[in-house]
Design a protein around this ligand. Structure first.
Ligand code: C5P
Length: 482
């Protein structure tokens, strides 16, 4: 390579090379290197390097580390710049080089000045089979503007160990050595593996830096809890194990999950309703809201805009969901109407069928007259109301049928009675443990112009039911639009 002079190439070739290099975000020298490497690899039957924008699209499944074998990174030549900070865990970073290379990554190592107190450039270059970089102003650097190239000619930057000091510098945008200059100049994803004394990790200054770095889009793996190198010290601060860091790197290089519901607005009801008897008492049911919340999370993951209208439950709103909390069926109906229009409406709430006709303004007292009579009146049927809207009916309306007997017959009848398109029917008889539990056995009834298709799913967790339902919805939406 040292003898190849780009200046001496003819102008047309140079222009083409310049264009190709710019398109891939590489220097011309690096582009030549990639071309040569691909030529060699093709002769040996390896897959070629992908252009920059495809370089991060994997063929490997997630979490390969947790299985005994190591799948390769997405592109056989995922390029990782590994910055080693100055901490006792630096020795583990040498094992990390091996773990990354096992997954076919090309690893370029940068050692900070402090890191060189723990490991030598010679060790790093022997393990990475590359020269190791240490200085911002390196006359030997084969690159033009070396830190810029190290910052950009890669698919991912891993910092391990990320010391408290290094993290403070990154959070503050410092660039006074090679490592920090690379981190400031990069437009690639950054993965930090923090490692420090537990008190340093807990220190408010570090907490602020961690928050800032997360806001800046930096990903972190660890630190783990355990014993520290210092005698008698334990707590959170140990660097994640190399295998965990390699798995996190692999996950970061994985392709974004498919988002089949992007651009769709999904409205979901969940949980029970509370129907007041007086200011302190109410009628309720045992719904936990878990299934509805799981569907909301799965829909967000599929890229939908999700509005979740929830009765009183003990669950946190899944990230990315717009949550409206309500108490009674009437409040829930009002919230649903206010949230329309929607492309898909899923009614998973266990709405009370009845409410007390005249809610007492004061707490009902025990009296000589015996128990008070509770006159009940019917609640609005939210699902039926929305499914029968002449104007603004969501194109796909899905209801739930929780039954304790004659499951499918009752679900079929409900499909007709409520006017919805699909019914998710489940057996909630006490023996199943579905109410409040984590598992569910469902049958999906889907009405088409001339028939009702029934799919019976095996026992699944509520999360799995949610993902399967969202996948079915995505399929139906796609069919409808094609
Ligand atoms: O009639 P049943 O309560 O069995 O119907 C269940 C389905 O109807 C569920 O999808 C539930 O969310 C919905 N529903 C409703 N409003 C009601 C009663 C039920 O939306 N008042």
């Amino acid at each position: 390579m040292a003898n190849l002079t780009i200046r001496k190439l003819d102008d047309a070739l140079k222009a083409e090379l310049r264009q190709r290099a710019a398109g891939n975000g590489r220097s011309m020298e690096d582009e030549v290197r990639v071309i040569l490497r691909d030529a060699v690899h093709q002769r040996h039957g390896f897959a070629p390097s992908l252009p920059q924008d495809q370089g991060a699209s994997p063929k490997a499944g997630p979490d390969a580390a947790s299985h005994g074998h190591h799948e390769a990174f997405p592109s056989p030549q995922a390029r990782i710049t590994l910055i080693v900070g100055g901490g006792i865990a630096a020795y583990k970073a040498m094992d990390l080089i091996r773990r990354l290379k096992e997954r076919s990554a090309e690893v370029r190592v940068v050692l900070t000045k402090a890191a060189q107190q723990f490991v030598t450039p010679l060790t790093a270059s022997a393990l990475s089979h590359q020269r190791c970089y240490t200085d911002l102003f390196d006359p030997q650097s084969e690159f033009d503007a070396g830190h810029i190239r190290l910052a950009r000619d890669c698919d991912l930057i891993v910092v391990a160990p990320a010391t408290a000091d290094l993290m403070a510098k990154i959070a503050g945008g410092h660039a006074d050595d090679l490592a920090t200059a690379i981190l400031l100049a990069t437009n690639r994803p950054i993965l930090l593996a923090p490692a420090m004394n537990p008190l340093m990790w807990k220190n408010p200054a570090t907490r602020r830096n961690v928050d800032q770095l997360r806001r800046d889009g930096v990903t972190m793996v660890g630190p783990n809890a355990g014993e520290m190198a210092e005698r008698g010290e334990a707590g959170t601060g140990r660097m994640a194990e190399p295998i965990e860091i390699a798995a996190a790197a692999q996950a970061l290089l994985a392709p974004p999950p498919p988002r089949p519901l992007r651009g769709k607005r999904v409205l979901i009801t969940a949980g029970p309703t509370h129907e007041p008897i007086d200011p302190v008492r109410y009628i309720a049911n045992r719904s936990s809201g878990k299934q509805g919340y799981a569907i909301a999370a799965a829909a967000v993951q599929a890229g939908a805009e999700v509005v979740l209208i929830s009765g009183p439950v003990d669950l946190r709103a899944p990230a990315g969901v717009t949550l409206t909390r309500v108490e009674s069926a009437r409040d829930m109906l009002a919230a649903v109407q206010a949230a329309l229009p929607a492309d898909i409406a899923i009614f998973a709430a266990a709405v009370a069928d009845w409410r007390v006709a005249s809610e007492g303004g004061q707490k009902i007292k025990k009296g000589a007259g015996g128990p008070p009579p509770l006159q009940l009146t019917e609640n609005p049927d939210i699902l039926a109301t929305i499914a029968r809207l002449a104007d603004g009916r969501p194109p796909l309306v899905i209801g739930f049928a929780a039954e304790t007997e004659n499951l499918l017959d009752n679900a079929r009848a409900k499909l007709a009675r409520k006017g919805c398109d699909w019914i998710v029917a489940n057996d909630v008889s006490p023996a199943t443990g579905v109410m409040g539990g984590d598992r569910n056995t469902v049958h999906l009834l889907m009405k088409s112009a001339d028939a009702i298709a029934v799919e019976s799913w095996p026992v699944m967790t509520k999360d799995e039911v949610a993902s399967a339902l969202v996948a079915r919805i995505a399929q139906a939406t796609e069919l409808h639009e094609s």
